[in-house]
Design a protein around this ligand. Sequence first.
Ligand SMILES: NC(=O)c1ccc[n+]([C@@H]2O[C@H](COP(=O)([O-])OP(=O)(O)OC[C@H]3O[C@@H](n4cnc5c(N)ncnc54)[C@H](OP(=O)(O)O)[C@@H]3O)[C@@H](O)[C@H]2O)c1
Length: 266
Amino acid sequence: MKLKLCVAGATGNVGRGLVAAIRKSDDLELVGAVSRTFKGQNLGTVLGIPELQLTVSETAAEALAAPTHVLIDYTKPDVVKRHTLEAIDRGVHVVIGTSGLTNEDYAEIDERAQAAKIGVLAAGNFAITAVLMQRFALLAAKFVPAWEIIEYSGPGKPDAPSGTARELAFRLAQVREPHVQHPIAETQGLRECRGGTVNGSQIHSVRLPGFSSSCEVILGTPGEKLTIRHDSINATDPYVGGTLLAARKVSGLVGLVRGLDSILEF
Ligand SMILES: NC(=O)c1ccc[n+]([C@@H]2O[C@H](COP(=O)([O-])OP(=O)(O)OC[C@H]3O[C@@H](n4cnc5c(N)ncnc54)[C@H](OP(=O)(O)O)[C@@H]3O)[C@@H](O)[C@H]2O)c1
């Protein structure tokens, strides 16, 4: 039997790439698609795939009325938590690509998923080179005690920091607390200029035309520094393979798991 998937955000940048890849696969079937703008329309017509027949739903709740194994969410920060909880309550596993969730949101999702014995896999970045960047940074943090994170996106990104940076800070905190020589709270002048503190790491978010999505961590010791940086050039392709891998594996999980590396073999 094919794995039945619903894509919330099927008409967006990443969603379109997912729809195309799902259609090309032998083991996956698209049974639901969500977009408010194109509600009630045929997804195939909207995306220019004439042979695809699937009516777009306005809400995830509506789309999940059809039997579904996994919800994949690439929408917006203000709705992803609601979609996730609705899916869990219906016994549907979830892959979260959308950024913007806080540690508190993740804790709530984990609690609900654990209780329902449902798997949720959330990754700040589903691209394999971003996963490697995170791995290299975790290794470096074992040897270099001080670091800060800078992330870059286009001007339209509504949330900050990026999911990539937020997850990187979360994972680095599991290695150690970064050393900060002059306490951030005692900054003279504008404290905001020192960035936001996430799990102990300072994150600086840049939003400018000319950027797709980049994230770098700079680790410093007296006399030397190491920069580890990931750049996403294309808005879609890097994320599709990792997201569909997660969709194939998420039913084997219980509760929330953060990071694509959790299901990769290193
Ligand atoms: N984890 C990763 O690897 C990764 C990679 C890339 C992007 N992202 C994140 O994924 C999210 C989506 O990125 P994108 O570039 O694909 O965005 P996008 O092009 O703006 O697409 C967003 C999609 O979500 C739908 N949507 C928005 N609000 C909705 C709502 N309230 N209810 C239902 N559907 C809604 C949109 O359709 P309508 O507006 O018609 O509803 C559209 O189909 C962002 O948070 C981005 O940061 C994560």
